[in-house]
Design a protein around this ligand. Structure first.
Ligand SMILES: Nc1nc2c(ncn2[C@@H]2O[C@H](COP(=O)(O)OP(=O)(O)O)[C@@H](O)[C@H]2O)c(=O)[nH]1
Ligand SMILES: [Mg+2]
Length: 130
């Protein structure tokens, strides 16, 4: 039996009406995480703009892309927690879907927790190298 190695990093992305940003975000993650086994878990609260349907169609072509589609639910933090709980990866990241967060710092954040022994890494505009 040939097993496909599972992801080392799950990027959890809560979404509400982010349809127009999904494809670009997946593209940017694929670019920046080339050296890492990764997946992205979108957690969508049944957005009226059809975000979940779009994610599902991308996921049909790309197994690194997953969707948790929540019905009758709202809430950014519970969406993040449920995405994290749906992952079996040893490392987790959470980011916005709206392209406000710089995905290019994800490899450095992963290194901080994986190699430098930190429990958590936080991206910030307000610290050097943030
Ligand atoms: N699943 C889910 N995602 C949400 C909800 N509210 C906001 N989001 C998403 O959470 C992320 C952060 O929201 P955003 O409006 O960008 O917050 P801001 O950057 O702090 O202004 C975005 O990807 C939103 O689409 C919600 O109720 N449920
Ligand atoms: Mg935002």
């Amino acid at each position: 039996m040939i097993l496909t190695p599972s992801p080392e990093l799950s990027v959890v992305v809560p979404t509400f009406n982010e349809r127009e940003n999904i494809q670009e975000l997946v593209h940017r993650l694929a670019e920046t995480l080339q050296a890492i086994r990764w997946e992205v878990i979108f957690v969508d609260d049944d957005s009226p703009d059809g975000t979940a349907a779009l994610v599902r169609s991308i996921a049909q072509r790309d197994p690194r892309v997953r969707i948790i589609h929540r019905i009758g639910r709202r809430g950014l933090s519970t969406a993040c927690v449920e995405g994290m709980l749906a992952s079996s990866a040893p490392f987790l990241a959470v980011m916005d879907a709206d392209l406000q967060h710089d995905e290019r710092i994800l490899p450095a954040m992963l290194r901080a927790v994986k190699d430098d022994g930190y429990d958590i890494a936080v991206g910030s505009r307000y610290v050097a190298g943030g």
